[in-house]
Design a protein around this ligand. Structure first.
Ligand SMILES: Cc1cc2nc3c(=O)[nH]c(=O)nc-3n(C[C@H](O)[C@H](O)[C@H](O)COP(=O)(O)OP(=O)(O)OC[C@H]3O[C@@H](n4cnc5c(N)ncnc54)[C@H](O)[C@@H]3O)c2cc1C
Length: 380
């Protein structure tokens, strides 16, 4: 029966980045992936400078496909106030970068191949047995692997199999309709976040166009996806206004369900749970993968240097403690934004306007917000 030091379930961006970070320390690492090949997922991700630094450390930053975000324009439909967050607020050349999920997946896969890290594609993990000496995984096809440390980076597919581990879920009753759109004006590196009573709408600069993320009810999402291009552009213009120019074309649209999911513990016997498997959040503030990559970095730091038992309780407990505050704040921040801008009873329209204007006028607050969005909350 194969025995490894670290078995990572899930070769999504968090699992693959973790494998690239820990393999140089000399551990025997194996990555188990349900997909038979690349997902080619079309979603656009806004990644912070600190996520870029981490992927560069892995040797897997998709530089050719990355677009810098130099400003973020935040406004609300039907209310006053707006804020412009600038890269200079954080003293950086860019607040973040847009990249495609597919590009991140590809460069990480290539990097793992070059490092000689085995990725077992098309082998979903089917059962998990945890014991003092090892975590035992059974894979589709019958293979069994014993690991000193099991890392679940599978987006939430397997943690429920572990006794005592449970998720809390909140369905936002929304989907994100995504797709490329063009305007008649250059974006100049500016991203837009526009809050409406029906849900937030974001435009992210990508190359010479934008990536649209439009939150809507599932029925509305289906309708928006099916609209002819001209009608879709007209509805988008009406919802978004003309601050980015006139919308002139839209590419293929996809939709993703939006829900918040948190876990009661990010560790179990010989197990650490990272990325979306630990916390899945609304994409409103572009935090999900950024938080997940910080999970990977924290765990990799604790595992630096071979010779130690990677699944030792002390290591796992240190990981839990290191990540609790930052991950909790990422979840709370995005959940607050969704509620605050959707529900006038929580924060009235004028109150949001005052907050946006105050933020715009008060540089230290903008700096703090930009720094938190880039680096997360510091560990206690
Ligand atoms: C529309 C949208 C926009 C977003 N925008 C942003 C953004 O701008 N910025 C940001 O930071 N985040 C964003 N996110 C969130 C981001 O996509 C996720 O946080 C990120 O993909 C999580 O990565 P992960 O590796 O943890 O999980 P995933 O990407 O879900 O990968 C999990 C992997 O595990 C594999 N797997 C599943 N089950 C099994 C099994 N049984 N055995 C083996 N393998 C298995 C899957 O095939 C997959 O490859 C967005 C999300 C959406 C939906």
């Amino acid at each position: 029966m194969p025995r490894v030091d670290i078995a990572i379930v899930g070769a999504g961006p968090v699992g693959a980045a973790l494998a690239a970070l820990v393999a140089p320390a000399g551990y025997r690492v194996t990555v188990i992936e349900a997909r038979t090949g690349r997902s080619g997922d079309a979603r656009t991700l806004a990644l912070s400078q600190s996520s870029r630094d981490l992927l560069e450390t892995c040797g897997a930053w998709p530089a050719a496909g990355a677009t810098p975000i130099t400003e973020i324009h935040v406004s609300q439909k039907g209310g006053p106030g707006r804020t412009l967050l600038r890269a200079s607020d954080a003293g950086l050349p860019a607040l973040g970068y847009t990249v495609s999920y597919a590009d991140v997946e590809r460069v990480l896969e290539e990097r793992l191949g070059a490092m000689g890290v085995e990725v077992a594609y098309g082998t979903p993990c089917e059962t998990i047995d945890l014991a003092q000496e090892a975590a035992r995984l059974r894979l589709a096809g019958g293979d069994v692997i014993d690991a000193s440390l099991l890392v679940l980076a599978d987006g939430g597919a397997n943690a429920r199999r572990i006794p005592g581990i449970a998720y809390s879920e909140k369905d936002y009753g929304q989907v994100a309709v995504t797709g490329p759109v063009r305007t008649d004006r250059p974006h100049g590196g500016r991203a837009y976040e526009r809050f409406t009573n029906q849900g937030p709408l974001a435009l992210l600069p990508v190359g010479d166009r934008f990536a649209l993320v439009w939150a809507a009810t599932p029925a509305e999402g289906d309708r928006l996806k099916a609209l002819p291009e001209a009608q879709f552009l007209a509805e988008l213009q009406a919802r978004f206004g003309d601050r980015a120019g006139r919308f002139v074309s839209a590419g293929p649209r996809a939709s993703f369900p939006l829900r918040l999911r948190t876990i009661n513990s990010t560790i179990a016997l010989r197990t650490a749970i990272v990325g979306n498997a630990a916390q899945a959040m609304h994409p409103i503030a572009g935090q999900g993968l950024n938080v997940g990559l910080r999970d990977a970095r924290a765990l990799a730091r604790l595992l630096a240097g071979p010779g130690n038992d990677p699944g030792a309780f002390a290591t796992l407990e240190a990981f839990r403690a290191a990540r609790a505050r930052d991950a909790g704040r990422g979840v709370a921040f995005t959940d607050f934004l969704v509620g605050a801008f959707a529900d006038d009873r929580l924060v009235p329209t004028w109150g949001r306007g005052v907050a946006l204007t105050a933020l715009d006028l008060f540089a230290p607050a903008r700096r703090l917000l930009a720094t938190r969005m880039i680096h997360g909350a510091p560990s206690p």
